[in-house]
Design a protein around this ligand. Structure first.
Ligand SMILES: *[C@@H]1O[C@H](CO)[C@@H](O)[C@H](O)[C@H]1NC(C)=O
Ligand SMILES: *[C@@H]1O[C@H](CO)[C@@H](O)[C@H](O)[C@H]1NC(C)=O
Ligand SMILES: *[C@@H]1O[C@H](CO)[C@@H](O)[C@H](O)[C@H]1NC(C)=O
Ligand SMILES: *[C@@H]1O[C@H](CO)[C@@H](O)[C@H](O)[C@H]1NC(C)=O
Ligand SMILES: *[C@@H]1O[C@H](CO)[C@@H](O)[C@H](O)[C@H]1NC(C)=O
Length: 354
């Protein structure tokens, strides 16, 4: 995993927009492969029209066509193991990119967790005591129904997924505690966190460490609005009225112990996690159950988990993303529980608000 601030000129965890037309997905699902070159060219032309794409010259056209053909195969493969409830994959505006190009430009590894020297004591575990003798999880938890999850945001080409995920859980925990769902400032985190890299990347635990170490008050979005660029920290705003402070946080690995994540979701509130979003390039909907590498070094994105559902054939988490409402299920995705899928149990953050 690359380290250090000089990691990248390319934005991390940048936005991937969902393609609004559905015909190509449907076509792909039922296509018998291999398809002929004519059919591929036809699909490519339709794709270019639908996404309003054109290229400078023939060389580029042919390169993009090659990438597109690879995407078709990849999508077919991604859909191959699916049952009714599994995730569906299809064409997106990135389907004319080779997978390596996509990863390089959209999902450069997020920064690893950097501990700050005078790290404050995390919240004692006793506060989150798990009584395993009375371990009785509800079948379904959806914190959105408690009016404690704010609207989906779009990070655009600003690689600040880490800030969206952390501010998301603080908003939720604050709402669960006070009954007041207030939109808090992601931009303040982007501008002010000394240990993250603004729109060029960051880490959920590093951010939480910074917030608690320096006793940072997270201002409201109204006070410190979103601009989606790395700007100078407006220090004076730090003392403005309103806003939320956190008492402490926990960053833990729950690999092999995902039931604890469910327990926290059911009894305490939402979680922020590091995750591998590489295969999400082609995600259209459903429950991601296959094709999502779970190694610790594959984490390249961060999201908020707002609930789970154990009732269907594939128990899954409900994931709040920051790629706009036009991605996935109105901005949400589902990922299966239990196999550290997409690496989501490696780095799990929870907070307690004051
Ligand atoms: C398509 O692209 C052209 C040229 O960039 C632009 O002028 C036009 O508004 C676009 N149309 C749509 C529907 O996005
Ligand atoms: C096509 O466009 C690319 C990018 O501008 C350029 O590098 C390349 O030389 C062009 N190729 C031809 C054959 O014009
Ligand atoms: C999948 O859906 C089809 C059509 O709705 C249905 O006939 C079939 O039983 C379903 N299969 C499973 C495994 O749920
Ligand atoms: C754990 O739960 C059981 C059953 O509800 C209860 O009898 C027991 O006292 C609990 N233990 C603690 C330490 O709270
Ligand atoms: C909710 O919080 C905001 C910002 O802190 C505050 O302006 C508002 O009055 C609060 N609303 C209620 C009902 O407490």
């Amino acid at each position: 995993m690359p380290v250090g601030p000089n990691l990248s000129e390319t934005p991390r965890c940048a936005r991937i927009r969902k393609f609004s037309e559905t015909f190509i997905y449907i076509l792909l699902l039922f296509f018998i492969y291999p398809i002929s070159l004519d059919q591929e060219e036809y699909l490519f032309e339709r794709y270019l029209q639908s996404f309003n794409k054109s290229y400078e010259n023939d060389t580029i056209y042919h390169k993009r066509f090659e990438a597109f053909k690879e995407s078709l195969k990849r999508i077919k493969n991604l859909n191959s193991l699916r049952s009714n409830a599994s995730a569906t994959y299809g064409l997106t505006k990135y389907s004319d990119m080779f997978p390596e190009e996509f990863s390089k430009s959209q999902l450069v590894l997020r920064q690893p967790f950097k501990k700050i020297k005078n790290l404050k004591q995390n919240v004692p575990r006793s506060k989150r005591f798990i009584n395993t003798t009375s371990f009785n999880l509800p079948q379904k938890v959806d914190i959105r129904k408690k009016r404690a999850v704010s609207d989906i945001q779009a990070q655009g080409s600003c690689g600040a997924c880490w800030a969206f995920a952390v501010v998301g859980i603080i908003e939720s925990m604050n709402a669960l505690k006070t009954g007041n769902l207030t939109k808090l400032s992601v931009q303040q985190m982007i501008d002010c966190s000394d240990y993250d890299y603004g729109c060029k990347g960051g880490d959920i635990c590093t951010l939480l460490d910074w917030i608690t170490t320096f006793d940072i008050k997270i201002l409201t979005e109204d006070t410190y609005p979103l601009s989606l660029a790395s700007e100078t920290c407006k220090r004076t705003s730090k003392y403005g009225s309103g806003g939320v402070k956190i008492e402490g946080f926990n960053c833990e690995s729950f690999v092999g112990n995902e039931f604890v994540m469910l327990y926290i979701l059911a009894n305490f509130g939402t979680l922020a996690v590091g995750i591998n979003a590489e295969s999400w390039q082609h995600y259209i909907g459903g429950i991601i159950q296959f094709h999502c590498d779970s190694s610790a070094t594959s984490l390249n994105h961060a999201v908020q988990i707002v609930g789970y559902d154990l009732t269907g054939p594939i128990p899954h988490y409900i994931i709040r993303n920051s790629w706009g409402k036009d991605f996935g299920h109105d901005g949400y995705l589902y990922v299966a529980i239990g196999n550290n899928l997409c690496g989501l149990a490696h780095e799990v953050a929870s907070v307690q608000v004051l």
